[in-house]
Design a protein around this ligand. Structure first.
Ligand code: DLL
Length: 431
């Protein structure tokens, strides 16, 4: 088993908790003294830094919501003088003002340290070639991964997303051994590799992929793994906590280790704000314990998950969460039933004949249409076969989501390709 920072990664639970408490006390003190917005919130909640005596006392502190990031925007939550800030990143929101997230030099270095742990934990070492196909720019995804990989001594190809032909050329020419992209784009790239008649097991050197930045199901992971003959590792993060590498899978692929020396994680019932019972699904709340420029206290991620409390065979003490099951704001309601896009994705990706791309369209009168691309050989004129596949998809979806959708079968390449985060749901009901 390889470790980047064995000491911290295997720190006994008691010591890890002691470290967390020290850091929690420090960060609470810092935001109370340096960030007027936090002082005001703490005062409104009737809590002072000296009230934090144990880790459990964290529940006395108020939550930070997305809305808080827009109070005194953009610099209002800075906990250091502006001259200490060396980088701005923003969230990937496509509408309105983006969330502005600032980094000191130490924040960037620490983000890279966390990624270094993540890469080594899943088997990447010096000598590997990482094709980084996330967007370089305001998005945190590419840069933080890039720095972490360089720290490990990996050769990074800063490919950025898109231009799929070129992505594949780079993989072939430079012997890419691992790549980093969104799962929706990975599905597409894998399909193009196969369509071009390239045998990924023989003609390419890829061993693993790091996929994240959007939710995906276990079925999608398996599909990409089977298509390319590689291991896919789930990488979770958010700009507000410094980008990718907040949670990451080890070689056992049985949940994502949250780096607990860096983040204090809680899971709450999103309606009541109370902690859920052990192992129950709820909203992930994160407190950054080590970020300098813009530490956040009890940040409401909106991401739904649960804690996996059994020890991991990899030996890391840092607790695991399940893959993100959806965002509380991703959920949509059709005919009174709550549905997450990922439920639909999981069903589709488990059906033989379904290709890589799909879209969910919601129309007036609560009509749900699932548009799904299927393998090209289904369009050989055998209508019966097509109808049978369509019926299978409808039936399997109905069993899972309890609503009978309309299903449109499309040829590969019909739906828009996403090179970053995919937009899966088009809700025309609100337009
Ligand atoms: O997506 C950071 C990132 C970059 C993570 C590269 C992983 C890889 P944001 O643009 O701020 O930052 O979006 C954060 O994306 O709250 C989740 O809802 C979603 N998300 C990120 N990773 C995963 C994942 C980056 N592995 C938001 N599974 C988060 C499910 C994910 N959802």
């Amino acid at each position: 088993m390889s470790f980047w920072n064995r000491e911290i990664e295997t720190l006994p639970e008691k010591e890890l908790k002691k470290l967390q408490l020290e850091r929690l006390k420090r960060v609470v003190e810092v935001v109370y003294n340096k960030v007027p917005h936090y002082r005001k919130k703490f005062e409104e909640a009737g809590v002072k830094p000296s009230d934090i005596k144990t880790l459990e006392d964290i529940v006395k502190l108020p939550f930070t919501t997305k809305e808080d990031l827009f109070v005194d925007y953009p610099y209002g939550l800075l906990a250091v003088p502006k001259e200490e800030v060396i980088r701005l990143h923003t969230s990937s929101g496509t509408t309105g003002k983006p969330k502005a997230i600032f980094f000191t030099k130490k924040d960037i270095d620490f983000g890279a340290e966390l990624i270094a742990r993540c890469l080594v934990m899943s088997g990447t070492t010096k000598g590997d070639v990482l094709q980084n196909s996330m967007t370089y720019g305001l998005f945190t995804g590419a840069f933080i991964m890039h720095y972490g990989a360089e720290k490990v001594g990996v050769m990074v190809i800063p490919a950025g997303p898109g231009n799929t032909e070129r992505q594949i050329e780079l993989m072939k020419t430079f012997g890419t051994t691992c790549f980093h992209m969104t799962p929706s784009y990975a599905l597409y790239v894998a399909s193009v590799i196969l369509e071009k008649g390239i045998d990924p097991r023989k003609d390419l050197k890829i061993k693993r992929a790091y996929l994240g930045a959007e939710p995906y199901s276990e079925e999608t992971r398996k599909k990409i793994e089977d298509m390319l003959g590689i291991d896919v590792y789930n990488c979770y993060g958010l700009s507000e906590m410094g980008g990718p590498g907040v949670g990451f899978e080890c070689v056992y692929k049985n949940g994502l280790h949250i780096w607990e020396d860096a983040f204090l994680a809680e899971i709450i019932n999103p309606q009541t704000g109370e902690p859920v019972k052990e192992g129950e699904i709820g909203e992930l709340i994160l407190t950054s314990l080590n970020r300098e420029a813009m530490p956040l206290i009890r940040y409401r991620t909106r991401d739904l998950t649960y804690f996996i409390n059994e020890p991991c065979p990899c030996g890391r003490i840092h607790r695991r969460i399940s893959r993100i099951l959806g965002r509380s704001d991703d959920m949509f309601i059709v005919r009174g039933v709550n549905i997450f896009p990922q439920q639909i994705e999981a069903v589709l990706m488990s059906i033989k004949g379904v290709a890589q791309n799909y879209q969910i369209v919601l129309e007036n009168y609560d009509e749900m249409i699932v548009k799904v691309e299927i393998d090209r050989d289904f369009f050989d004129g055998r209508v019966e076969r097509l109808l049978k596949l369509r019926e299978e998809i409808i039936e399997k979806l109905r069993k899972t989501i309890l609503v009978r959708p309309k299903v449109e079968l499309l040829e590969p390449g019909t739906l828009p390709v996403s090179e970053g985060k995919a937009k899966r749901v088009i809700d025309k009901r609100t337009l």
